[in-house]
Design a protein. Structure first.
Ligand SMILES: [Ca+2]
Ligand SMILES: [Ca+2]
Ligand SMILES: [Ca+2]
Length: 440
C-alpha cells in the first residue's frame, strides 16, 4: 500500500523554491480615492494611484508637513499629493510664522498695516507683492509684501500667510489673507512622478472693496538616487483677493529642492512663480527657488546606516530599517533580512515553536510539511530550499553522496510516517546538502 501511495505522489512532484523575500516588514501604502496624511512615515513603498489624491492638511492652525521615507515612491499620472494652503494660516490678518501679528503684510512685515488698505502678499523664498489699485498699478499707501526668509532653501519652511485687509470698521465677513503652502519631503531610493505634487499658496479673500494678500508657496523636496517621470511640482504663490478699489498683493513662490544621484530634474517641471495681485499679472509676488543638485552621498532613506543598493550601497531594501547586511536573518518570516539573497537562513532556536519547522516564512507543525528550519542558530544555513514530492527511505541526502547533518538524519523515518510520508526536503548550502526533519 505504501509503495502504491508513493508511486502516485511521485507522479505529481511538488517544487517550492525559497530564494527571495516573500514579505515586506515595513508595509506598503497604496493611495486610492482621497486620503489625508501628514507627519513622518516609513513605508516599503508609497503608490499614489491615477486620479487619487493624498491631501496634507494643517491641524488646528499648525502648519503641516508630510515626510515619507520609502524604498520606492510612485505618483501615477493623474495622482496628486496636495499640501496647498497647509502652511501658516491666514487668520484675521495674522502673518505666517509670527502669528501674534495683526497687520496687513505677509511674514516679516517691515511696518504695520494701514487701515483701509489691501493686504500684501506673503513672503517665502521670494518677496510678496504689495496690494495694487483695481486698475492695476501702484498704490502709494499699500503695505510692503512679506520678505524672503528661506535661506538656505533646505530649511523647508512652510509658506507664510497673506496679510489681511485691515478695516477701520467691524466687518460682517471676516477678512483674511491666503494660507501658505505646506511642506512635502519625499526620500526614496527610487521616485517616479507622472502625476503632480502641489504646495501652493492659497488666494486672499475680498471684503467690501478691498482684497487681502495671497499666501506664499510652501516647499517640496525630493531626495532620490533615481528620479523619473514627467509630472509637475508646484509651489506657486496664491493670488491676492480681488477688490473694486484695490487688490491684495500676490504671494511669493515657494521652494523646490531636488537632490538626485545625477543632479537631474528628469522630465519633471517645477512652478515656483509668485501669485498675481487680483487679476493683475503685471504685479505679482516674487518668484521662489528651484534648486537641483547631485545628491552628495548615496541615499540612506531608512536611516539604518546602509545606503541604498540602487546608488551603490549595500541595502537591498532602503525602505525598511530592519533589512540590511548587518541585521540578523534569524526569524521565520520569509524575509531576507540580511540582504544575502536568501530568506531565513540563520534561524534561531526559538524561531518556531517546538515540533514546528520553518517553511516559506511560516512555522509549520512537523509532519505536515516535511520539515526543516527551526534549527538552532549556527546550524548549516541553506542558500536555497527545495520541497519536492517523491519517496525515499532512509537518508534522502545519501543518494547525493554529500555531507550530512548527523543530528537530523535520524528523524527521516519519523517524517516518513507523517501525513506527507512521501515528501522529503533537501536543503542545500553551496555544495553541502542535508536533510533536516525538524521533528523530535
Ligand atoms: Ca538604508
Ligand atoms: Ca534597509
Ligand atoms: Ca538572508
Amino acid at each position: 500500500m505504501l509503495r502504491e501511495i508513493c508511486a502516485a505522489m511521485t507522479a505529481v512532484p511538488m517544487l517550492l523554491l525559497v530564494t527571495a523575500r516573500a514579505a515586506e516588514a515595513a508595509p506598503p501604502r497604496i493611495i486610492e480615492g482621497v486620503k489625508i496624511l501628514s507627519g513622518e512615515h516609513q513605508f516599503s513603498e508609497l503608490i499614489v494611484r491615477a486620479d487619487a489624491t493624498l491631501r496634507v492638511v494643517e491641524s488646528t492652525g499648525a502648519p503641516a508637513t508630510l515626510h515619507v521615507r520609502a524604498g520606492r515612491i510612485v505618483i501615477e499620472s493623474g495622482g496628486v499629493i496636495d499640501a496647498s494652503g497647509a502652511g501658516y494660516q491666514g487668520n484675521d490678518g495674522n502673518d505666517g510664522g509670527e502669528p501674534t501679528g495683526s497687520d496687513a503684510s505677509g511674514k516679516h512685515a517691515a511696518q504695520p498695516g494701514l487701515q483701509g488698505q489691501p493686504g500684501s502678499g506673503a513672503g517665502s523664498a521670494g518677496t510678496g507683492a504689495r496690494g495694487v489699485l483695481a486698475a492695476c498699478g501702484a498704490l502709494d499707501q499699500a503695505v510692503d509684501g512679506g520678505q524672503s526668509y528661506l535661506t538656505p532653501v533646505e530649511m523647508l519652511l512652510p509658506g507664510s500667510a497673506g496679510g489681511a485687509f485691515v478695516s477701520a470698521m467691524p466687518l460682517s465677513v471676516p477678512s483674511r489673507g491666503g494660507h501658505g503652502g505646506g511642506v512635502v519631503l519625499l526620500e526614496a531610493a527610487e521616485i517616479q512622478i507622472d502625476g503632480e505634487i502641489w504646495a501652493r499658496g492659497g488666494d486672499g479673500l475680498s471684503v467690501l472693496d478691498l482684497g487681502s494678500g495671497g499666501g506664499a508657496g510652501g516647499a517640496i523636496q525630493l531626495r532620490a538616487a533615481l528620479l523619473s517621470g514627467g509630472g509637475v511640482l508646484s509651489v506657486r504663490g496664491g493670488a491676492g483677493g480681488t477688490g473694486t478699489y484695490a487688490h491684495g498683493g500676490g504671494g511669493a513662490g515657494g521652494v523646490v529642492v531636488i537632490r538626485t544621484g545625477d543632479g537631474m530634474l528628469a522630465g519633471l517641471s517645477a512652478n515656483v512663480e509668485g501669485g498675481p495681485s487680483g487679476p493683475c499679472t503685471s504685479d505679482v509676488g516674487g518668484p521662489g527657488v528651484l534648486s537641483v543638485e547631485v545628491l552628495g552621498a548615496c541615499l540612506d532613506a531608512d536611516r539604518d546606516g546602509h545606503p541604498a543598493a540602487l546608488c551603490g550601497g549595500d541595502d537591498c531594501d532602503d525602505g525598511d530599517p530592519e533589512i540590511a547586511p548587518s541585521f540578523p536573518d534569524d526569524r521565520c518570516d520569509g524575509v531576507d533580512n540580511d540582504c544575502d539573497g536568501t530568506a531565513d537562513q540563520d534561524l534561531s532556536a526559538t524561531a518556531c515553536p517546538d515540533n514546528h519547522t520553518c517553511e516559506a516564512g511560516e512555522c509549520v507543525a512537523s509532519g505536515e510539511g516535511g520539515g526543516s528550519g527551526g534549527g538552532p542558530a549556527g546550524s548549516l544555513a541553506p542558500a536555497r530550499m527545495e520541497l519536492r514530492g517523491g519517496c525515499g527511505v532512509g537518508t534522502a541526502e545519501g543518494s547525493r553522496g554529500e555531507n550530512h547533518d548527523a543530528g537530523t538524519s535520524t528523524g527521516v523515518g519519523m517524517v516518513m510516517l507523517g501525513a506527507l510520508i512521501c515528501r522529503r526536503r533537501i536543503v542545500r548550502r553551496s555544495k553541502v546538502s542535508y536533510t533536516r526533519p525538524g521533528g523530535p
